[in-house]
Design a protein around this ligand. Structure first.
Ligand SMILES: C[S@@+](CC[C@H](N)C(=O)[O-])C[C@H]1O[C@@H](n2cnc3c(N)ncnc32)[C@H](O)[C@@H]1O
Length: 212
């Protein structure tokens, strides 16, 4: 379903940017993206984060690989990373695992507002695959829609859940989750885990290192 929904959403996805910006900027900081050398981004969408990373954040020798299940998003993201042909590529994913990346090939595995779309069992499998792809010293960097801590943001999350149950397409298929609940402590060492709110919408930020 996600591929079809996001094929239709296309560039409209960027209208979410004002809500997600604070969380994504925080993820760049706590995920120490300025020190990254090989980034893989799952669910890269229109390539907005890819462009931000390549233009302003990553060291000049760092590489970027993004992937998405929506061929429309892949097309848009390829356009966004076109100025960096030697360093960036975007691959069409088909929602199957393992992801088409070699073992220990990345030092950052990013997923911004993707796990909140996925089935719990699939999320667990993707996290296992992220563990395989990340190099020693690498970091899993995730942001997702979550449950709020303040009464107003809890209200927003509850209202969101109500819409999601009745018509998931209206909210792009995503719903609040707690990504930290999915991490097996024998496999992941959590370095940062916080909730921040923007426009009343709560986002969870999580950075974790794979335990070898
Ligand atoms: C809410 S959008 C977020 C896009 C981008 N990360 C951002 O923050 O703007 C979710 C993206 O994840 C993609 N997606 C959904 N399921 C996926 C999967 N199983 N594997 C890879 N990408 C997926 C969608 O096509 C969409 O582009």
């Amino acid at each position: 379903m996600a591929a079809r929904v996001y094929d239709r959403i296309g560039l409209l996805q960027d209208t979410q940017a004002p809500i997600e910006r604070r969380a994504v900027e925080r993820l760049i900081t706590v995920g120490r993206l300025r020190e990254a050398h090989a980034v893989f981004e799952l669910g890269c969408g229109t390539g907005a984060l890819a462009r931000r990373l390549l233009a302003d954040v990553l060291p000049e020798d760092a590489s970027y690989v993004g992937g998405d299940v929506s061929s429309r998003m892949v097309q848009l993201a390829r356009r966004r990373v076109a100025p960096w042909p030697q360093r960036a590529q975007v691959v069409d994913l088909h929602g199957t695992l393992p992801l088409p990346r070699p073992d220990r090939s990345a030092d950052r595995f990013i997923a911004a507002y993707v796990f909140d779309l996925l089935e719990p069992a699939y999320t667990q499998q993707v996290l296992d695959d992220a563990h395989r792809i990340l190099d020693e010293g690498g970091l899993l960097c995730v942001s997702s829609l979550t449950w709020g801590r303040s009464p107003s943001s809890r209200m927003v999350a509850n209202a969101w859940m109500a819409v999601w149950r009745r018509a998931p397409r209206l909210v792009g298929g995503c719903r609040p989750i707690r990504i930290s609940d999915f991490l097996n402590p024998t496999k992941w060492q959590v370095e940062e885990n916080e909730v921040i709110e923007s426009w009343g919408v709560p986002s969870e930020i999580l950075v974790a290192a794979p335990v070898p």
